[in-house]
Design a protein around this ligand. Sequence first.
Ligand code: NDP
Length: 296
Amino acid sequence: MEVIDGNRIASEIVAELKAEVSGIKGRKPCIALVRVGDDPASVSYVKKKGQIAAEIGIESRVLLPPVTIPQGELEGLVESLNDDDGVDGILVQSPLPDGLDERAVFGRIAPEKDVDGFSPINLGKLVQEDSTGFAACTPAGIMELLARSAVKLEGRHVVVLGRSLIVGKPAGLLAVQKRAGANATVTLCHSKTENLASITRQADVLIAAIGRAEFVTADMVKPGAVVIDVGINRVADPSRKAGYRLVGDVHFASVSPLVSKITPVPGGVGPMTVAMLMKNTVKAFRLRAAGTKGAR
Ligand code: NDP
């Protein structure tokens, strides 16, 4: 059994991007990071994104509108970033505070700057397999983890647990794409799926993205399978200073002895998400420099 080291693979990608960006003459790629309010998780995610950007040599602009910002003003802020030629990528940190319509805000981001891949145009390009689009960072990170861990997908059965727009659905769409490195047979499962364990036991590659602590147990996994655990769940742990620890959607202790490869939590998919955001930002810079704009 091999534990797939997401930290190591993400560092490799960061190092590759750093080398690429150092070769860019003149203006460097730039990402705008918009964080509304002071949600502690969002504060730490945006800080991390800024740090990794700096490490690569990507400029970042952090915008911190107050939690009271009206919907129209936030959309206006996004529009001003769309119009700013010095900005290549726009990231609006999710979740937005209650009362703000996240989907409407994401929909305002110009497709060619939508490095999170949540706008309708980029979701459409994912379905069309148009490589000028941006795939959402977590599913793109899963594909990269699999490729760099020499996991072959072609013709194999990938079972995805979860059908959210940010993880499950795009992960399934990427795995089923008609191209080298994909070409999997995909089953998407969700909370209404019947006989779930009988489906997950058929998976050559099982991707768990449901947000339920240690839900996937040994009886749900085929021996020798590859397991990708996307879940990030807090469970109470009085022995920790923070009072909690992070676990995935997979019961690592019982599942890991059975499988051929598995990602840990933390240190698996998580670090890949930020690395792929940076990869998308450099791609946005290149596409914009080449004049390839997404249709709006
Ligand atoms: P959502 O809550 O948006 O979606 C969860 C999905 O799981 C839904 O499709 C839901 O089904 C399905 N589901 C829930 N319970 C069950 C069940 N008992 N059996 C089968 N399916 C079930 O979550 P996200 O996709 O946003 O996130 C999933 C997990 O991944 C979370 O733990 C999140 O923290 C983590 N995450 C990690 C990231 C990373 O960087 N590593 C990034 C993003 C998320 P239905 O559609 O029927 O409701």
